[in-house]
Design a protein around this ligand. Structure first.
Ligand SMILES: Nc1ncnc2c1ncn2[C@@H]1O[C@H](COP(=O)(O)OP(=O)(O)OP(=O)(O)O)[C@@H](O)[C@H]1O
Ligand SMILES: O=C(O)C1=C[C@@H](O)[C@@H](O)[C@H](O)C1
Ligand SMILES: [Mg+2]
Length: 184
């Protein structure tokens, strides 16, 4: 076990918390979405546009394996869908300690409605059509519920699940990691 991996739905705080945990442990931080973007030379919406989701998932699987093989222990924020494709959850468990940030759907919907993700995450963008009668937040909540139902069986293979209250506070995550026997 080498790396500390954060997994969970879009908006769960993988990137935000990942940076803070990296600073706490004195380890480098890496965002898998950013690695994919750098390798592709285009942003996530452009990759989806040119190659579809299948092309993005292939790039994601390749990037994960490249990062997982790095010898230096890292804190890695994965993409929201990373654990759910190409046997990636097995790679995460074999090469590190995956932690699931299990944040309530209402909180996620609020964050995504307010934040930049609505424009930079194609699946999130598609959750709310231009003619939708629903509010953005309600469309997001419905999409998040459906997505969690499909992804739960992957996320729940994490070595540690940080539910609502714990997942948003770095100190609480550090304490839960210590209790779970995690060491860097
Ligand atoms: N602990 C927190 N308390 C309040 N807001 C938070 C917290 N963590 C993250 N946020 C906010 O929620 C939004 C999503 O956070 P972040 O980008 O870290 O999520 P993510 O899991 O990396 O999402 P994605 O899968 O889309 O990359 C951001 O606007 C961020 O500022
Ligand atoms: O939840 C998802 O499937 C995704 C989340 C983002 O982090 C990106 O990896 C991409 O937009 C797909
Ligand atoms: Mg992120």
């Amino acid at each position: 076990m080498n790396h500390l991996y954060l997994i969970g739905l879009p908006g769960s705080g993988k990137t935000t918390l990942g940076r803070r945990l990296a600073s706490h442990y004195g380890r480098p931080f890496l965002d898998l979405d950013a690695v994919i973007v750098t390798a592709a030379g285009q942003d996530i919406p452009a990759i989806f546009e040119a190659e579809g989701e299948a092309g993005f998932r292939q790039r994601e699987a390749d990037a994960l394996r490249e990062v997982a093989a790095r010898p230096e222990p890292l804190v890695v924020a994965t993409g929201g869908g990373t654990p759910c494709f190409h046997q990636n959850m097995e790679v995460l468990r074999a090469t590190g300690f995956p932690v699931w940030l299990d944040v309530p759907l209402a909180t996620l919907a609020r964050r995504l409605a307010a934040g930049a993700q609505a424009n930079t995450r194609p699946l999130v963008t598609a959750a709310h059509g231009p003619n939708s009668p629903e509010t953005l937040e309600n469309s997001l909540k419905r999409w998040l519920g459906q997505t969690l139902a499909a992804r739960r069986r992957f996320y729940s293979q994490a070595r540690l699940r940080c539910p609502g209250a714990t997942s948003t506070r770095p100190a609480a995550v550090v304490a839960a990691l210590a209790e779970a026997g995690f060491q860097f």
